[in-house]
Structure formats: structure tokens, C-alpha cells
Ligand binder design. Structure first.
Ligand SMILES: [Fe+2]
Ligand SMILES: [Fe+2]
Length: 192
């Protein structure tokens, strides 16, 4: 399937707002890939498909995750919506015939991140946060950083923003997000 076939099929599985968000993440990821010298075709596809499992009803996410042997920890049990990322990677492979493990991994990591993410996974996480339909207070700070900073420095700010949002909402923090942020700070900022 080429990009247009995938987009056509995706449209039948998402509501209009989420479909438009997916197209927007795809475009933003392509621009970020160009900015940071990453494979633009992979970015375009991963961005398009990152939320392909987002409309599996919350009540079915746990069962679907069990079916595909996706690990379900206490955080996923409390917030099953997180599972749409790992399930998205499975659907991208099975339904949309994507076999590139880097693309699948980027889809899988777009909700929590992880230490040692690929640059592709970083820009999908970021594109999801800064695509033009998104509205929140510090979005312009992230957009300005993208113009002036390395990808890792932008990602530290993106993870910080996600974590403060989660804390404000009183939700559980996924340790993978903390580890992802710590790894980038250790690598890019701590030189002692
Ligand atoms: Fe998502
Ligand atoms: Fe998204």
C-alpha cells in the first residue's frame, strides 16, 4: 500500500478530527525530519499511522492488548488508553502492511517515549505535540525551540511539558517517560 491507500483506509477507521490530526502529524513529522535530517518517508508514514488504534474503545483495549501479548502493567491497567500506541504498532503491521521496525517502534513509543529512542521515534512524539491543531500554553516555546535547538534539547522540553501536564491532571506518570527524559539530560546536559 502506498501513502494514499493507507490514508484512505485510515480514514474509514478514525473520526474526522482524529483523521485530520493524523494528517497533520504526518506533515509536521515530515517537516521535522527535514529539519533534523531524518528519513522523511518513514516520518510521513509513522506520523500518519501513529493513532491508527486510537479509536479502539477503552473497554476493549485491555483484551486486545492481551490478545497480542502486549505487557499490561499497573499504569496501563489504570489508564488503558496508553495501550493505543503499542496496539497501533500491531495494527500498522497487520492492517496497513508496514514492516519497517523503525516505523513500528516510533508508533509504539508515541505515548510514553523510552530511553534510547531513535530520532524517528523522537520526532513522531514531538510532531504529535506540536502539530498545528494543538493548543496549550507552552506550545510556542516548543515551536521556537525546534527552530533553534538540537532534537535532544527539544525532546527534554517536550517530556517536561508532558510530565507537568500529567501531574496537573493528577494522573500516573509512566516510568518510561521519566527514563527517557533522564537519559537525554544525562547525555546532553550533565557533563560531570
Ligand atoms: Fe496517540
Ligand atoms: Fe496523536
Amino acid at each position: 500500500m502506498d501513502y494514499n491507500d493507507i490514508a484512505k483506509k485510515l480514514k474509514t477507521n478514525l473520526n474526522e478530527t482524529r483523521y485530520l490530526h493524523s494528517l497533520s502529524v504526518s506533515d509536521t513529522a515530515t517537516t521535522l525530519a527535514q529539519r533534523y535530517n531524518i528519513d522523511q518517508h518513514k516520518a510521513k508514514l509513522a506520523g500518519l499511522l501513529h493513532d491508527c488504534a486510537r479509536e479502539i474503545p477503552t473497554s476493549s483495549l485491555i483484551d486486545a492488548a492481551k490478545e497480542y501479548h502486549i505487557p499490561i502493567g499497573p499504569i496501563e491497567t489504570c489508564q488503558p488508553i496508553l495501550l493505543h500506541a503499542a496496539l497501533g504498532a500491531i495494527l500498522a503491521q497487520k492492517k496497513y502492511l508496514i514492516n519497517d521496525t523503525e516505523i513500528l517502534d516510533a508508533i509504539k513509543l508515541h505515548t510514553t517515549g523510552k530511553a534510547d529512542m531513535t530520532d524517528l521515534a523522537k520526532i513522531i512524539y514531538l510532531a504529535d505535540m506540536v502539530e498545528p491543531h494543538r493548543r496549550y500554553d507552552s506550545i510556542n516555546h516548543l515551536r521556537d525551540l525546534i527552530k533553534n535547538s538540537t532534537l535532544d534539547i527539544v525532546m527534554i522540553a517536550a517530556f517536561s511539558e508532558s510530565l507537568s501536564f500529567i501531574i496537573k491532571k493528577g494522573q500516573l506518570i509512566h516510568p518510561q517517560t521519566v527514563l527517557a527524559r533522564n537519559a537525554l539530560i544525562a547525555k546532553n546536559i550533565c557533563h560531570g
